[in-house]
Design a protein around this ligand. Structure first.
Ligand code: UN1
Length: 480
């Protein structure tokens, strides 16, 4: 068992010690207390926003090189310390050690990417319709961004929201998920050590009340949120009350279509990775497997064998392939959906058992449910656990229409050898991201990310798209 950390809020360049009010537990072994954490109900949110507001004029007016250098140093520190921080992340969140280390490296790469983007704040010049007049656009930062982030990518998501915010000259108040505060504190300390001026980046721990207070704060100019639809709607309402800019990323029910002509091994790999890795706790997870009838039985048999052989265990153990769920609540939700699926007539052919290993943790055997129909709750509501359901369809046309059912539209995948089907699917599936012969989850860090319909609201995140949300355009006219 490792040491228990004592965390502090980070406001205006200072670590603020206050009495711990909750604990972050290791989901692989709940006897292990990862951190003791203070929680704020609002006053410190106000202090953090005030610090961010007063740091804004200088930070936004600094040479982009200053911002680029700070972000580059943050990226280097994350990459240098990825093993140690990956271990902390996996201990706190429950994803396997390679997944934890990979996520820290991804966060490092994101900061490096936005170190470059800081120098790429460009505008356009336009010929005026009136001779003798020049028209040009500039991209300006907005001010203070409130970032509310989830536990399932506890460093990558704070990175992909705060790096572009800072790169383009804004300042930040981060309110991370209560399940994963220690890794967020590690990020704050790296940003501090990398020379970010005081107040430019602030971190406050707290529950939903703190998040709402942040979104509702009149000096917060933009709010970026990743999490559930229910919380997203509350955050949006709070932010809209004072016309803050809003960006929401809220889940998915991502379809993976498997066609008769596919490479079966490839299809099984895509389903296994997409549905179960990271314990299925990715908003991009392939939770619906839509399979045409000619390959259905062979696919199900091959996938079930692989699912049954997955090694579930302590996130930090070398041979673990699937870690625990992140919390008791997540485990309960998965168990509840297994019941719902059974009541709806789904047939569970592998997994779904609550596992008691040699330690107290939230372990569940990855489950595969067959004979399901598109209208079932298990096929329309996000479960966020190691559970996938299979829908048998006649042909590609039916597969596409099933894929397009429901409220979500984040990621969608197809496994086929047909260029025609792949191209048609990419153009017609209602999703923000489309994967051909690839898992629906596991995206690059330097390209736009986001969904359609109820999955996303507002501008795209990441890559070249991030500039849209974190800047505003000024159009200038001049005559001389
Ligand atoms: C990925 O699939 O690599 O919360 C990233 C989530 C997403 C990130 C998925 N926002 O799961």
């Amino acid at each position: 068992m490792s040491d228990t950390l004592t965390l502090s809020h980070y406001i205006d360049g200072q670590w603020l010690r206050s009495a711990p009010s909750f604990e972050s537990l290791n989901p692989s072994d709940t006897r292990d207390v990862v951190a003791r954490v203070p929680a704020d109900e609002g006053d410190l949110i106000d202090a953090a926003v005030a610090a961010a507001k007063s740091a804004f004029p200088e930070w936004s007016a600094a040479s982009p090189e200053v911002r680029s250098d700070v972000l580059d140093r943050v990226g280097t520190a994350l990459l240098t310390r990825k093993e140690e921080l990956g271990r902390l992340l996996s201990r706190e969140e429950g994803k396997t050690l390679p997944e934890g280390i990979g996520e820290v490296a991804r966060a490092g790469r994101i900061f490096k990417f936005f170190a470059g983007e800081a120098l790429r704040r460009t505008g356009i010049t336009v010929d005026s319709t009136r001779p003798g007049i020049d028209v040009a656009t500039y991209r300006e930062p907005l001010g203070v961004f409130g970032l509310i982030t989830p536990w399932n990518f506890p460093i990558a998501i704070p990175a992909w929201k705060s790096a572009p915010a800072l790169a383009f000259g804004n300042t930040v108040v981060l309110k991370p998920a209560s399940l994963t505060p220690a890794i967020a504190a590690a990020l704050a300390s790296i940003i501090h050590e990398s020379g970010a001026p005081k107040g430019v980046f602030n971190l406050v721990f707290g529950g939903g009340a703190a998040g709402n207070r942040l979104a509702a704060h009149p000096d917060v100019n933009g709010v970026s949120f990743t999490g559930s639809q229910a919380v997203g709607a509350r955050v949006a309402a709070a932010a809209l009350g004072h016309q803050a800019r809003i960006q929401l990323e809220m889940g998915g029910k991502n379809p993976l279509v498997v066609l008769d002509d596919c490479d079966l091994d490839r299809a099984v790999y895509c389903a296994l990775d997409g549905a179960y890795f990271a314990t299925g706790q990715r908003c991009t997870a392939s939770s619906r497997l839509i399979v045409t009838q000619g390959i259905h039985d062979r696919f199900v048999e091959a996938l079930a064998a692989r699912v049954a052989s997955l090694r579930v265990g302590d996130a930090l153990a070398a041979d673990t392939q699937i870690g625990p769920l992140a919390s008791q609540a997540q485990l309960d939700t998965s168990l509840e959906y297994l019941d719902i699926a059974a009541r709806e007539g789904g047939r569970r052919i592998v997994g779904g058992e609550r596992l008691s290993l040699d330690k107290p943790g939230y372990y569940l055997a990855p489950a595969l449910i067959v004979d399901t129909h598109p209208g079932m709750r298990v096929n329309s509501e996000e479960i966020f656990g190691p559970i996938a359901s299979v829908v048998r369809v006649r042909d590609y046309d039916e597969a596409l229409s099933v894929a397009n059912s429901g409220e979500f539209g984040l990621s969608a995948g197809i496994v086929t050898r047909s260029l025609h089907a792949a191209r048609h699917f990419a153009r017609h599936v209602r999703a923000g991201m489309v994967m051909t012969n690839l898992p629906t989850a596991g995206v690059d860090y330097h390209v736009p990310f986001g969904g359609t319909r109820k999955s996303s609201y507002g501008a795209r995140e990441q890559g070249s798209a991030a500039v849209e949300f974190y800047t505003q355009i000024k159009t200038t006219y001049s005559w001389a």
